[in-house]
Design a protein around this ligand. Sequence first.
Ligand SMILES: [Cu+2]
Length: 147
Amino acid sequence: MKILTLFAALSLAAVTPALADGHKTPSAEGTSVYFIGLADGDTIESPVTVRFGLSGMGVAPAGTEAENTGHHHLLINRAPFGEGEEDELEYGIPADDNHIHFGGGQTEYVLELPPGEHTLQLVLGDLNHVAHADPIMSEQITVTVAE
Ligand SMILES: [Cu+2]
């Protein structure tokens, strides 16, 4: 019986290494990413300059291998990160109209949105556009663009 249990444990380990966070980039404890001057429930005018705040780590361009750094991603009108595509926390942040990468190390962006409600969220990505082992994400906020 003991042998069977050990075998089961080993099989599980063989199937799940991609889901373990051992291969992911560590982050500094207590790091937070947040919107500067923009809060949940705000009514804004488009275009709006969205400013990205980061406390506890540094911003570095994509591809830069430096401890405790990352680059910003702005997620627009989608589920909170980690609740969308399966394994998106493990395999990286998509690049499309709903996911804007700031691989140059930018810390603000002039965003154009049509009138109505929109959700925004910031996610820090590592050099390979993958969320850190302990993901650094802002709250998802909802803003309303005035007519
Ligand atoms: Cu990226």
